[in-house]
Design a protein around this ligand. Structure first.
Ligand code: BGC
Length: 723
C-alpha cells in the first residue's frame, strides 16, 4: 500500500479545489461534457494535477461492468461479461460463487481502466412490481447482506472498489427522485438497513451510494442521521459516500450530512432550477453556512480511497480482461441459481426427447434488465441457440416459424425496437398467439414436449404494473398456453414453462396446465446454455427463491406501493413495518404460491441429527444432509429461528443462517455446523436492540415452509444493547 499523507495534500488545496474535488465533472459525453477516458463510464472525479491527484472513474453496474463496447474511430471492442442478474445470484445462496463473480467483475473493472464499480445494488424486495428487483438480491436482509458481502470481497480483491447502493429504503422507481419513504425505525434497522450493515461489517466496501428518495422527510443524500450517525458512527464505515446521479436538492446539505462526493456534477445542465454545486459550496464556506472542517472531512474521505485506486497508482490496464474465463464463471453462477418450481416427473428430459419450443423469448431471450444495470457482452446465447448448441432435439420448422415471425414483426413500425432515453432498447412486447390450432396440433403430434418461454423485462426509471402483460400473463400468452396444454396433453405430450423474468409473476392461475416450471431468471450471456443444460439434467437445479411468489397481487403486504396520491405519488408509507416477504406471509397465515427459500431438485435430500447448543455469544447448530435420490446435487439448508412471545411483536420466524452443501453424490452425507450470533436474535424496540428471554425454536429446512428438523435453546436473561 502506498503511504500518502492525505492531510498534507488537503492543507495544500485551495477552497476552490476542494469544492471542485467533491463534485463530479459532469455526466461524461452528455450536455457537451467531454467523454470519459473510459467511454460509457457513469462518472469521473475532478483531477488536481498540480498535486498529483488524477481523476478516478466510476462505472455501473450490478450484473457486470457497463461501458460502451464501441469507441469512435477505434476498431477494438470493449465487451464486458454479462453475469446473471442479482436476484439470480442471490438464488444461488452460495457465497463462494458470489465471490468468484465479484473477482471476475473486479478484474474487468481494473483491466478496462475503471476504479470503482457502482455495485452491488442491494435494496430489499418490498414489492414484486419494483422495476429494479432484478438487480436487487432478496426480500430478506440476511441473505442480501451475506451475498453482497461475498460479492464485494471478490471485487475488492482485485484492487478496485465496490459501491453499495442505494442507501436506503429505495424500493420503487415511481417518482424515485423525490418520493418520501415513511418507515419506522424498527423496520429500517431490521429490514432495510440490515443488509447494508452486514455487508459493511463483513466486506469493507470503498463506497456507499446514497439513494434518491427522501427518508422520513429528508433526502437520503442530505440525511445526517443515515449517512453519519448510522453509517459511520454506528457501523464504522470508513470509505466515502457518493450521491446517486443528480440526487437531492441542496449540495451544501449533502456535504453537511456526510455525502462526500456529489455526482455526476453540473446538475444545472439538466434543470434550470438547479445550482452549480461547486459555486454553491464555495459560497457556503465563505458565508459561514458550511465549515471548512466539514468540507475537509469529505475531501479526506474521498482522497483516502483515491490514493489506493488503480488510477492513482498509474496502473497500466490492458483492455483485455479474461472474457473466456469469466464466461465460465457466468455460466457457473447461472447454473447454481436456476430454480425448479414445478416438476411432475417430466424433468430432466432424455437427450432424445423431441421438443417444440414456443414463445418469442426463445429468440429474444432476456439476459438482464435495462438502465444502469444493463451490460454489453460479446454475445448472448438465446434459449433456442443454447438448446441447439447442446444438441437437444428441437422442432426446427417451429423454430423457423418463430424466427420469421419475430423478424417480420420487428420490421413493423408498431413493434420496432427503439432506443430509450438512456440508450436502452425499448422493445414493445410481441403478441404470442400467432399459431393456429392446426399448427399446434401438427407440432404436438410429432414432439414429446412443449417448452414455452415466458419473458418479462424491466429496468431503471419505471415500475411494473399489477396487470396482464406484467404481473399476470397477457391474454395472448394465456391463450397460447391453454392451447399448447390442451393439445399436447391430448397426444400424451408434456408442457414445460421456462420463466425468463426478473421478479415474481402470478403463476397459480396457470400452473396446473403445465408439467414443469423452470425459473431461469435473467441469467446473463450464458442463459441459453444454462437453460438447455438444466432441461436435460446436465445441471441439477439447486437455486432457491430469495423472494416469495405470492398467489395473487392482492396478497402482497406492501399495499401502499407506490404511494399516494395514486396518480402522482409523493409519499409512500411502509405500513407493513417489518412484515416484508415471508415475515408477513408466515405470520399472518397467507399461503404463497412458492414460498421464500423454495426450489426443487432432480434428487432428494434427507436431514438428520439436529444438535443445538449455546456457546457463549453464539448458538451452534449442527446436522446432517444426505442425498437420498438418484442424481448428484447440492442442497441449500436454511436455519430459521422462532422467538418466544414477549413484549415485542415478532415475525413467525426469521432466517438466521444458511448453508449450501458441496455436490453430494447419491448416498453421500455432509455434516453441517453453523454458528448463529446471539445478537442477531435481537429486535429493535424503538431505542435499543432487545433480546427477550424464553425458548427460541430452531427450525432447519429445505425452504421456509419445508422444515425438516426442530430444536431450540433458552435465553434466561433479557439482553439489550445500543445501536
Ligand atoms: C442509478 C444508479 C446508477 C447511476 C449511474 C442512477 O440513475 O440509480 O444505480 O449507478 O445512475 O449510472
Amino acid at each position: 500500500m502506498i503511504r500518502v499523507d492525505v492531510d498534507r495534500i488537503i492543507s495544500m488545496m485551495s477552497l476552490e479545489e476542494k469544492a471542485r474535488f467533491i463534485v463530479g465533472v459532469g455526466l461524461p459525453g452528455w450536455f457537451g461534457n467531454p467523454p470519459s477516458r473510459v467511454p460509457g463510464a457513469a462518472g469521473e472525479t475532478y483531477p488536481i494535477e498540480r498535486l498529483g491527484i488524477p481523476s478516478i472513474i466510476l462505472a455501473d453496474g450490478p450484473a457486470g461492468l457497463r461501458i460502451n463496447p464501441i469507441r469512435e474511430g477505434d476498431e477494438e471492442r470493449y465487451y464486458a461479461t454479462a453475469f446473471p442478474v442479482a436476484i439470480m445470484l442471490a438464488s444461488t445462496w452460495d457465497r463462494s460463487i458470489l465471490e468468484a463473480v465479484g473477482r471476475a467483475i473486479g478484474e474487468e473493472v481494473r483491466e478496462y481502466g475503471v476504479d470503482i464499480i457502482l455495485a452491488p445494488a442491494m435494496n430489499i424486495h418490498r414489492n414484486p412490481l419494483c422495476g429494479r428487483n432484478f438487480e436487487y438480491y432478496s426480500e430478506d436482509p440476511l441473505l442480501t447482506g451475506e451475498m453482497t458481502a461475498a460479492f464485494v470481497r471478490g471485487i475488492q480483491s482485485q484492487g478496485v472498489g465496490a459501491c453499495l447502493k442505494h442507501f436506503a429504503a429505495n424500493n420503487q422507481e415511481t417518482n424515485r427522485m423525490t418520493i418520501d419513504t415513511i418507515v419506522s425505525e424498527r423496520a429500517l434497522r431490521e429490514i432495510y438497513l440490515k443488509g447494508f450493515e452486514i455487508a459493511i461489517k463483513k466486506s469493507k466496501p470503498w463506497v456507499v451510494m446514497s439513494a434518491y428518495n427522501r427518508l422520513n422527510g429528508v433526502y437520503c443524500s442530505q440525511n445526517e442521521w443515515l449517512l453519519t450517525e448510522v453509517l459511520r458512527r454506528e457501523w464504522g464505515f470508513d470509505g466515502f459516500v457518493v450521491s446517486d446521479w443528480y440526487a437531492g436538492d441542496d449540495p451544501v446539505e449533502q456535504v453537511k450530512a456526510g455525502n462526500d462526493l456529489i455526482m455526476p456534477g453540473k446538475a444545472y445542465q439538466i434543470s434550470s432550477r438547479r445550482v452549480d454545486e461547486v459555486e454553491e459550496i464555495i459560497r457556503a464556506v465563505r458565508d459561514g453556512r458550511l465549515s471548512m472542517d466539514i468540507l475537509d472531512r469529505s475531501v479526506r474521505n474521498i482522497l483516502r480511497i483515491i490514493v489506493n485506486s488503480p488510477s492513482f497508482k498509474g496502473y497500466r490496464y490492458s483492455n483485455m480482461p479474461n472474457l473466456d474465463e469469466h464466461a465460465e464463471i457466468a455460466y457457473k453462477a447461472g447454473a447454481e441459481g436456476v430454480i425448479l418450481l414445478k416438476n411432475n416427473g417430466v424433468l430432466p428430459l432424455n437427450p432424445d426427447t423431441r421438443i417444440a419450443v414456443f414463445g418469442t423469448g426463445q429468440i429474444e431471450t432476456i439476459k438482464g434488465g435495462t438502465g444502469s444495470g444493463d451490460t454489453h457482452p460479446r454475445y448472448v446465447v438465446s434459449i433456442i441457440d443454447g438448446m441447439r448448441e447442446r444438441g437437444l432435439v428441437i422442432d426446427e420448422e417451429l423454430a423457423e416459424a418463430y424466427r420469421r415471425y419475430v423478424g417480420s414483426m420487428r420490421a413493423m413500425d408498431e413493434y420496432r425496437i427503439r432506443v430509450g432515453l438512456l440508450g436502452e432498447p425499448k422493445a414493445p412486447s410481441l403478441p404470442q398467439d400467432f399459431l393456429s390450432e392446426d399448427d399446434i396440433e401438427r407440432f404436438a403430434k410429432r414432439n414429446d414436449v412443449a417448452v414455452f418461454v415466458v419473458g418479462r423485462i424491466s429496468g431503471e426509471g419505471y415500475d411494473l404494473k399489477p396487470e396482464k402483460g406484467y404481473f399476470y400473463l397477457s391474454d395472448d400468452e394465456r391463450s397460447l398456453l391453454d392451447r399448447i396444454s390442451k393439445i399436447f396433453h391430448r397426444y400424451g405430450g408434456k408442457v414445460i414453462v421456462v420463466l425468463n423474468i426478473g421478479s415474481p409473476i402470478e403463476v397459480v392461475s396457470w400452473r396446473d396446465l403445465v408439467d414443469g416450471i423452470l425459473l431461469v431468471w435473467q441469467a446473463g450471456q450464458e442463459i441459453g446454455r444454462i437453460t438447455a443444460d438444466t432441461l436435460i439434467g446436465r445441471i441439477n437445479p439447486s437455486g432457491k427463491l430469495p423472494i416469495t411468489f405470492p398467489r395473487d397481487y392482492g396478497d402482497v403486504p406492501s399495499w401502499s406501493f407506490p404511494g399516494e396520491p395514486k396518480d402522482n405519488p409523493q409519499r409512500v408509507v411502509y405500513e407493513e413495518g417489518i412484515y416484508v416477504g415471508y415475515r408477513y406471509y408466515d405470520t399472518f397465515g397467507v399461503e404463497p404460491a412458492y414460498e421464500f427459500g423454495f426450489g426443487l431438485s432432480y434428487t432428494s435430500f434427507s436431514y438428520s441429527n439436529l444438535e443445538v447448543e449455546r456457546i457463549d455469544g453464539s448458538i451452534r447448530v449442527a446436522f446432517y444432509i444426505e442425498n437420498t435420490g438418484k442424481y448428484p446435487g447440492r442442497e441449500v439448508a436454511q436455519v430459521y429461528v422462532k422467538a418466544p412471545k414477549g413484549r415485542i411483536d415478532k415475525p413467525f420466524q426469521e432466517l438466521k443462517s444458511f448453508y449450501k452443501t458441496r455436490l453430494l453424490n447419491p448416498g453421500e452425507i455432509e455434516r453441517i455446523e453453523l454458528l448463529i450470533d446471539i445478537k442477531s436474535l435481537a429486535s429493535f424496540d424503538g431505542e435499543r436492540w432487545l433480546i427477550e428471554k424464553g425458548y427460541y425454536e430452531v427450525r432447519v429446512g429445505s425452504s421456509s415452509r419445508d422444515i425438516r428438523l426442530i430444536g431450540g435453546f433458552n435465553i434466561e436473561e433479557e439482553q439489550c444493547y445500543n445501536p
